[in-house]
Design a protein around this ligand. Sequence first.
Ligand SMILES: [Cu+2]
Length: 412
Amino acid sequence: MRIDISINNGGDVSARYLTWAAAPLRLRLLDATQGPDIPVTISEDRGPNGGSVRFCATQNGRYTATLKLAMPTNGTSVILYVQGKFGVPSEADGDVSIVVSDSDLELGRLPVMVRIRKDANQLTVAERDRFVSAMAQLNNRGTGRFVDFRNMHVAGLADAQAHGGPGFLPWHRAYLLDLERELQAIDPAVTIPYWRFDRRAPNLFTTDFIGVPDVLGTVRFGPANPLQFWATDGVQGILRRQLGASPGARADPNILSETQTLALGSSYQKFRIMQGNPHGSAHVNYFGGSISSIPTAAKDPLFFLLHCNVDRLWAKWQSQAGRYDAKLNAAYDSGPTPTSLLAGHNLNDTLWPWNGIVTPPRPSTAPGGPMAGSSSVSAPGPSPLVRDMLDFQGVVNGSAKLGFAYDDVPLP
Ligand SMILES: [Cu+2]
């Protein structure tokens, strides 16, 4: 007797990724016979430091470590739900398996990964090395697809697609997601780590990770770090001039702490002033060079770790204030009419450049093409709207989940 297990409605390995959000889990007896249903148990088998998963017969019920069910013998599928156990993410691909057994006989097994964005300062060496390696491959010494990401951040500037309005947070959420999916096409176990710029991060600001600037502002890397070949605009290297103490040694007290940021207010209108401090402050207080100015910031790989923390702060605020539903006024600030804000900032606007629109009021180019897809989730589709970025964990609508989550941001 053998049972086929699949998650996320997908048969192939690229769909075997979970976050804290509920994912469909399908069981089916492969060697169908006749007779009464067979009682089976579904449980997890965790590797050392592996992630942990939980099961439930219904999407919104209570998830448990094991679940007993009756398996039809005629080959009919049983649909259950599985989610990553909050606080116990994976460290490596397939480090936790979903196992179906009949008393002590194993009938089926599916290795999965609880793939979660983590604090860059807390990564294992293997996690760190996979991330820098995937970033370096995307850049490919200046000739890779990274050039689109550099161009997106620059070309949207003149027409305020990504800045200068409430669309700042949704736009950058889409931008990070697109980049992360490209990294996952290189190595499916990778997520973008976040830089907690309100705390010292000694493990991030090293030559083996994001690099250490010399006195002239040229970032130095260790001999094994592939980011040493990073190039943008035809020039190899990263310009990042240290202004004071290294953020590896000391956090700048002028940057709003996480607690202060989350206390800015319970409406989006109040919360989004975080675009100034801590976001803008994190860009300019530690370093001069690329990261300190919008047209050049995305040339530095540190940019993506900085923005991942900005996105995480938004996610944490959403979680704490219950702000996932685009229909709630406090979840996003729309103007007096549905179109009164700049194009790209209204809830129902499409996001450039993924919409491909190159006529005014949008910019004249749309680098990068449509949003990269994912095998584990269906949202947000090739041309996302501003509103599609809010419900990233599928809290309001399970099928809206975007396939990423943070290690310290639970489901409500
Ligand atoms: Cu920024």
